[in-house]
Design a protein around this ligand. Structure first.
Ligand code: PLP
Length: 542
């Protein structure tokens, strides 16, 4: 038992050294022990004084945010013929290092680092300095306060003052488990909403060719004219919507387009209607723009569609913008032409603008996607947001676009030109190729997703979890209430016991309680293995 305790102590310390912000439950999952055991171990370490000293010195919350200055004392034994100067020179080669001093007294060398986080310093010491063959021991000090420099005493208060909105903002609930998963070699993830396909070769090739041709400059703020024209042709060909190139802005992913649209429309106190559960960025973007997010809960009984009644009930004189997130992440819900016409009827007598996030438009499995901009009279009030990440498997290229009335597009371009200048040039050249010649690739990937969709839907239903049939995007959203666990408990225990990562429905709004999101943008083997592990898990708890 004493041996076990010492090993656990060592393991916990090693984890904390790498990431001191880890919560007890994350440590429990990683070490496959209970939270109570972690808590007991940590309490012991406090008693022994192992953690007290460390905690007293640093602010645990900020180890991977706040930039610090650190001094590392090294005891070294230079190799024969090398000498201390050579050792110092080798250490100085690391870009992290600001200064290296040869010392008299107890330690041989002192290394200064500035402008890195505590976590980065700790990793640098553990991974780069400590393993060097001549290093005998290391001792790291973080500078707590700069007291005086050239006669000036530094202000006590000189810490980073953050905006209230940002301080109150919660980090995205999607990413929470993935640092943990990354450290579990046999874990399976159905967590991330990103295609497992590599960008089709001819699209990558177009990006490479643009580099060969030397296209390494800024483009126009709005994006390459050729790309904007191709986007117009594509939208017309695929979705029967007509835009001119001056009605298109090329952005850094759909994400930037969403942010720009909200910021261009919303003033302090304006209300933004956000159907929920939905993608994680709409609420924080609204808050950053000074707006008030107003959730509209969608329900499994309504196939997670936005109903005209729910919309009517949410409208107030302060409502300025409605977000229409269909096909939906996380539910997979789609809105048919009829559904959209009913929404249009409610909006017709109002001045409410619409941000239609159609990033999954190409991934629908029950017929062609209908854009809200296609509905009679709705184009003028709609900002259509889309991009290349999902349909063309281009998440890392960071490219998206917004289409709408020239007035709103030029307002969005104003912000874009100050914040971004222009979207990545190489990605824009690749995207021209995607728009011109990518239809076949999209069809192939969509057909594979559709196959996986059927497998996973049937799988979760056979396990006994009720699940609404999703016709869009690449997610299923099963109801897990029959297990008696909350969404969060389900996900944490599933990861701990069966090493499968899925996302709690609550990451997409409180109304996601009782559900989990499973992405099927993963290989069929991973899906099948995950299903059999989920089955074992559900049987245990039901
Ligand atoms: C509904 C929805 N909109 C927008 C985005 C943003 O995509 P990107 O910025 O990669 O284009 C995502 C990404 O997951 C999404 O799910």
């Amino acid at each position: 038992m004493a041996g076990w305790r010492l090993i656990m102590e060592e393991k916990i310390l090693r984890l904390l050294e790498q990431d001191s912000t880890l919560e007890h439950k994350q440590i429990a999952i990683m070490l496959n022990i209970t939270i109570e055991e972690v808590e007991a171990e940590i309490a012991k370490m406090f008693e022994k004084g192992i953690l007290l000293k460390y905690k007293a010195l640093i602010n645990w919350e900020k180890t991977d945010r706040e930039l610090v200055m650190a001094q590392i004392e090294l005891r070294v034994t230079p190799q024969r013929g090398e000498g201390f100067d050579k050792v110092a020179e080798r250490i100085y080669q690391y870009p992290e290092v600001k200064n290296v001093y040869l010392m008299s007294g107890g330690y041989d060398i002192s290394v200064m680092i500035e402008g890195r986080t505590m976590k980065e310093v700790a990793l640098f010491v553990a991974e780069k300095l400590a393993p060097m063959e001549f290093v005998v021991s290391t001792k790291t000090h973080f500078v707590l306060k700069k007291y005086k420099e050239e006669g000036v005493i530094f202000d006590e208060q000189s810490k980073v003052m953050l905006s209230d909105v940002v301080t109150d903002m919660k980090p995205s609930g999607i990413r929470k488990f993935f640092d943990v998963v990354a450290q579990m070699p046999d874990a399976i993830s159905l967590g991330v909403g990103e295609p497992d396909f590599v960008t089709p070769w001819h699209i990558r090739d177009a990006g490479i060719y643009s580099l060969e041709k030397g296209h390494t400059y800024y483009t126009s703020n709005s994006g390459l004219i050729q790309l904007r024209e191709e986007i117009c042709k594509y939208l017309n060909r695929r979705f029967n919507i007509r835009y001119e190139s001056n009605e298109v802005l090329v952005t850094v992913g759909g994400s930037e387009a969403i942010d720009l649209c909200v910021r261009s429309i919303i003033s302090n106190g304006d209300e933004v209607l956000i159907p929920e559960p939905s993608f994680v960025c709409y609420t924080p973007c609204t808050q950053l723009a000074g707006g008030v997010p107003v959730p509209i809960i969608t329900r499994a009984e309504d196939e997670f569609k936005l109903t005209p009644e729910a919309l009517k009930n949410a409208i107030t004189p302060r409502t300025k913008l409605l977000i229409l997130p269909f096909p939906n992440n996380p539910t997979g819900a789609v809105m048919t032409r009829e559904d959209l016409e009913k929404i249009a009827d409610v909006l017709r007598d109002t001045n409410i603008m619409v941000l239609s996030d159609e990033i999954y438009a190409e991934l629908t499995y029950n017929g062609r996607h209908v854009s809200f901009a296609e509905i009679d009279g709705m184009k003028e009030r709609t900002v259509l947001v889309s991009g290349f990440s999902k349909a063309f498997a281009m998440t890392g290229w960071r490219l998206g676009y917004a289409c709408g009335h020239p007035d709103i597009i030029s307002a969005m371009t104003k912000i874009h030109q100050y914040a971004i200048m222009s979207s990545p040039t190489t990605s824009q050249y690749a995207a021209i190729e995607a728009m011109k010649n990518g239809d076949e690739d999209v069809a192939k990937m969509a057909s594979e997703y559709n196959y996986r969709r059927r497998v996973i839907l049937e799988g979760v239903r056979q396990i006994g979890l009720s699940c609404f049939e999703p016709y869009g995007a690449f997610y299923v959203f099963p109801n897990i209430t029959s297990t008696g666990l909350s969404s969060n408990e389900f996900c944490e225990l599933l990861l701990k016991e069966q090493k499968v990562a899925v996302v709690p429905g609550t990451a997409f709004g409180e109304s996601g309680e009782g559900f989990i999101r499973c992405s099927y943008a993963y290989s069929i083997n991973s899906i099948n293995e995950a299903l059999s592990r989920i089955e074992k898990f559900v049987k245990k708890y039901r």
